[in-house]
Design a protein around this ligand. Structure first.
Ligand code: F6P
Length: 320
């Protein structure tokens, strides 16, 4: 491998800059050149490619977002788009590629590997919804950001003796909701994976908690369930308890990464550069059982992930 390209794809996530920085600097240590590809696969197709050196990533580790920019690119899902991407890489002398993004981005990485560009994926998403890994870049910062926001809502909720429904991100996965729910001591946590809840149960909980002397009732709702505003109206009508919905939205994706995100993203970025320089392709870097490992992309995409049942049961038990 003579030149590595690096891009970020899909939703941005805090810690992506630490990963980019590690790819760039470790590749340079290994005697390999690096090019940055701006705005994900879309930027590749538009040939938005820049030379990078160790100084290009100075003063970036503490920054949220991604210095390379990112995008979701429909054209890259097509065979024609993928072939064009591989040709552009070849034209720019890029023979290795690191793609930082979610599951969707791995499909593109797989195609690039098939087309002769050695490619490694890194798990970059706040959602933690990549089956092969117990850690994804950005999750830790996002849950801490959401947790702090929820703590604030809780203050005002208690003062007014209200019920609050707080909707957090996560696409179809409930990891952000579960972690924030446990971390803030929420009375109810609604997860898409465990969507067995009936609204009457929720209403009964609120009424019972009032009787027990609780002054607020915090419900963390995952965006995969959604409808927080209409849910709040129905709950207020049924319980007589003032109920408000707060949708945290994109603030969860921004901000300076936590140390955990900076650290793990740095190790993963360096790992990706190393295995790429050693000749690997069509692999994704993951964190499993306390170690950084890599899997074949096909194998990684076939894996399944579930919310641990015991964790879910604990979250319920602690909310009593
Ligand atoms: O995947 C990260 C994420 O923030 C999800 O939690 C959310 O569903 C989605 O991206 C929003 O995507 P977009 O930036 O395209 O609106």
């Amino acid at each position: 491998i003579k030149t590595i390209g690096v891009l970020t794809s899909g939703g941005d996530a805090p810690g992506m800059n630490a990963a980019i920085r590690a790819v760039v600097r470790k590749a340079i240590c290994n005697g390999v050149k690096v090019k940055g590809i701006k705005k994900g696969y879309q930027g590749l197709l538009n040939e938005e490619i820049i030379d990078m050196d160790a100084r290009s990533v100075s003063d970036t580790i503490q920054k949220g977002g991604t210095i390379l920019g990112t995008a979701r690119c429909l054209e890259f899902k097509t065979e024609a788009g993928q072939k064009k991407g591989a040709e552009i890489c070849r034209r720019h002398g890029i023979d290795g590629l690191v793609v930082i993004g979610g599951d969707g981005s791995y499909r593109g990485a797989q195609a690039m590997s098939r087309l002769g560009i050695n490619t490694i994926g890194l798990p970059g998403t706040i959602d933690l919804d990549i089956a092969c890994t117990e850690y994804t870049i950005g999750f830790d910062t996002a849950v801490n950001t959401a947790m702090q926001a929820i703590d604030k809502v809780r203050d005002t909720s208690s003062s007014h003796e209200r019920c609050s429904i707080i909707e957090v991100m996560g696409r179809n996965a409930g990891y952000i909701a579960l972690w924030c729910g446990v971390g803030t001591g929420a009375e109810d946590i609604l997860l898409p994976e465990k969507y067995d809840y009936d609204e009457q149960q929720l209403i009964n909980n609120i009424i019972n908690n009032r009787k027990k002397g609780k002054t607020h009732h915090l419900i963390i709702n995952a965006e995969g369930i959604g409808h927080s505003t209409s849910m709040a109206k129905r709950i207020e009508a049924a319980t007589g308890v003032e109920t408000r919905a707060t949708i945290l939205g994109y603030m969860q994706r921004g901000g300076s990464p936590t140390c955990l995100d900076r650290y793990y993203a740095s190790i993963m970025g360096a790992y990706a550069a190393d295995i790429l320089c050693a000749g690997s392709s069509n692999r994704v870097v993951a964190y499993k059982h306390g170690e950084f490992v890599d899997y074949d992309i096909e194998e990684a995409l076939a894996m399944q992930k579930e919310i641990p049942e015991y964790h879910y049961q604990v979250s319920k038990a602690l909310a009593t």
